[in-house]
Design a protein around this ligand. Structure first.
Ligand code: AMP
Ligand code: MG
Length: 328
């Protein structure tokens, strides 16, 4: 037995394929740059990229060959396991956030040009007409009523991170970090056993606002700076308040959500941004296993209590006062 084991080990060393070597890759998918650092087998990068591209192909709202596109065209479509699972989970998060996340806001997002690049400020009447079709509670049994369209863009990258992390675990990875365009997932620890340090971006510059120490966690940021256009001196960003049909102006510049499930963190980061600090904190107090960082337009920083001791402000924020949001 021992001889067989050592023979196997020797073979692994010769082939180099079982060894958990450091592997790094960058590619463009889901409209964003994705960075992977993973200690795993030699196929792990290509397999992870293939997994994410396959998800994109099924979940994209703009690709005419996607399942979501077919669903929006016909109101009912055959969905693969992933698409159905994400649609169901997204609807739960819509309910949890009382519609601050609303996957049916797509007609409004499209009218602003955020999915096409043809940016414009829609008129009040146009928005009022579009908002009549915005209501996730009208979806029953994964069938869309006439005129209702869905977009999983606010949760798809988080879901991709969950699926990629699951693939890494299946393949025995104990250490890896992925950044799927603001959707980070840190698997395990750094190779030496220290927690991963994830940089949070300053929403007012390209610099790093803080480092967050995490293990086995998703770290997902939503911010107005990620995608926007300017017209008449106003900055219009891509996170829409479904109640108003306009870019959310809740006093927040960015929200980061930390937790075990990327999909939930992604949905919550978008929803918290819409809700603003007070409503988001109230919802956070009802949740378990989730933490958050809020940066306000006034450049104030709030962290929830579970992040105390794991959040290190940097650069312009080194001496900033960090306010802690507590449960009780
Ligand atoms: P995220 O980058 O995860 O915050 O998601 C923002 C993207 O989701 C936008 O680019 C839109 O495509 C879509 N979106 C914007 N506002 C909402 C909303 N309130 N609920 C659901 N999806 C939204
Ligand atoms: Mg999101």
């Amino acid at each position: 037995m021992r001889r067989a084991l050592s023979a196997c080990l020797a073979l692994c060393l010769v082939l180099g394929s079982c060894a958990a070597q450091k592997r790094e890759g960058t590619f463009f998918a889901m409209d964003t740059v994705m960075d992977l650092t993973v200690y795993g087998d030699e196929d792990i990068l290509t397999d992870t990229e293939a997994l994410i591209r396959d998800l994109e192909q099924r979940l994209s709202v703009t690709r005419p060959d996607s399942e979501i596109y077919a669903l929006n065209e016909t109101g009912k479509a055959a969905l693969s396991e992933d698409t159905e699972a994400l649609l169901r989970r997204a609807l739960e998060i819509c309910a949890l956030t009382d519609g601050a996340l609303d996957i049916t806001v797509y007609p409004v997002v499209r009218a602003w040009g955020f999915t096409t690049g043809a940016y414009r400020v829609p008129g009040a009447e146009e928005l009022a007409a579009l908002l009549e079709k915005v209501d996730y509670t009208k979806i029953s049994g994964l069938t869309l009523p006439e005129g209702v369209l869905v977009d999983l863009g606010a949760v798809a990258k988080g879901y991709a991170a969950d699926r990629a992390a699951a693939l890494w675990r299946e393949r025995g990875v104990e250490s890896g970090l992925m950044n799927l365009g603001g959707n980070v997932y840190a698997l395990g620890t750094k190779p030496g056993g220290d927690p991963w340090r994830v940089g949070l971006r300053d929403p007012f510059s390209d610099a790093t606002l803080a480092a967050l120490e995490v293990t086995d966690s998703a770290v997902v940021t939503s911010g107005g700076y990620e995608r926007y256009f300017e017209e008449d001196g106003v900055r219009w960003h891509h996170i829409i308040d479904p109640a108003a049909g306009t870019p959310a102006r809740s006093g927040l510049a960015s929200v980061t959500v930390v937790g075990a499930e990327g999909t939930l963190c992604d949905g919550l980061s978008t929803a918290f941004f819409v809700m603003g600090l007070d409503r988001a904190s109230a919802l956070w107090r009802t949740l378990e296993g989730v933490e958050a960082v809020f940066v306000t337009e006034e450049r104030e920083i709030f962290i929830t209590e579970g992040l105390e001791g794991h959040f290190q402000p940097m650069n312009d924020y080194k001496n900033a006062e960090i306010k802690v949001i507590r449960r009780g």
